[in-house]
Design a protein around this ligand. Structure first.
Ligand code: GDP
Length: 226
């Protein structure tokens, strides 16, 4: 997939403030420092993600970008961040959990895990929560250039073993490095294939009618196309 435009749409404090559901959304989430910003910039490529948030508070918002005018990239706040009062942490978690549970046009969540670490409790807890709530997601192991391929493999194997009891079919896994560009095409390929599947499932609207919200978009409604 070629990214020709990546336009900042809005920073939403909660689900109600999110834009209409007319475009499929692909969300990215991970612990602070997992490499999410670096990966998003890698994915956006030359188009760049039009804006780096000017205020610290924006890192706790649901930041939404429209890509190629036909899908949205949703940058979700990192879980387990250290700063901020307990109250804002709670509010923030509520907003993210509402978004993940109820956003009808959410197609897939890319959950980022640092490939250089052994399984972390906070990541495992979050995956357990995703599984419990039937949120469609894949795992993306980041920063693979930092350690040897053998070490990456060991950490991924340990992670998958830890979450195995929660799944009949384990989630798909990907690796990436913002430094080498590894993983970019594979991740964009997942989005492209899902977009193709979504288009095939959505009946064409007559031209004169304005496009209504997309209703059947969540990944678990579709056969995994990758
Ligand atoms: P975020 O907090 O999840 O948005 O993480 P950032 O993208 O800001 O990255 C956190 C730190 O990890 C920064 O120092 C990055 O330079 C570094 N980093 C991010 N991605 C990679 C990667 O693929 N390889 C390496 N070696 N470092 C990375």
């Amino acid at each position: 997939m070629h990214i020709s435009s990546a336009i900042f749409h809005c920073s939403a404090p909660d689900l109600d403030a999110c834009p209409d559901g007319s475009l499929p959304e692909f969300a990215f989430i991970g612990r602070s420092n997992v490499g999410k910003s670096s990966l998003l910039n890698l994915l956006a490529g030359e188009a760049g993600l039009a804006r780096v948030s000017p205020k610290p508070g924006f890192t706790k918002m649901i930041n939404i970008f429209t890509i190629n005018k036909n899908w949205r990239l949703v940058d979700l706040p990192g879980y387990g961040f250290a700063e901020g009062s307990k109250k804002s942490t709670r509010q923030f978690n509520k907003a993210v959990s509402a978004y993940l549970k109820h956003r009808a046009n959410l197609s897939l969540v890319f959950t980022l895990i640092d490939s250089g670490l052994t399984p972390q409790e906070i990541d495992l807890e979050f995956i357990g929560w995703l599984a419990q709530n039937g949120v469609p997601f894949v795992l993306v192991f980041t920063k693979t250039d930092k350690i040897t391929p053998a070490e990456v493999k060991t950490n991924i194997t340990a992670f998958m073993a830890a979450i195995a009891p929660w799944f009949v079919q384990p989630p798909a896994t990907f690796t990436c490095s913002a430094n080498t560009g590894d993983g970019r095409q594979a991740l964009l390929g997942v989005i492209e294939e899902m977009m193709t599947a979504i288009r095939a499932e959505t009946p064409a609207e007559p031209e004169e009618k304005p496009a209504g919200p997309v209703t059947r978009k969540r990944g678990h409604d579709l056969d995994r196309p990758w």
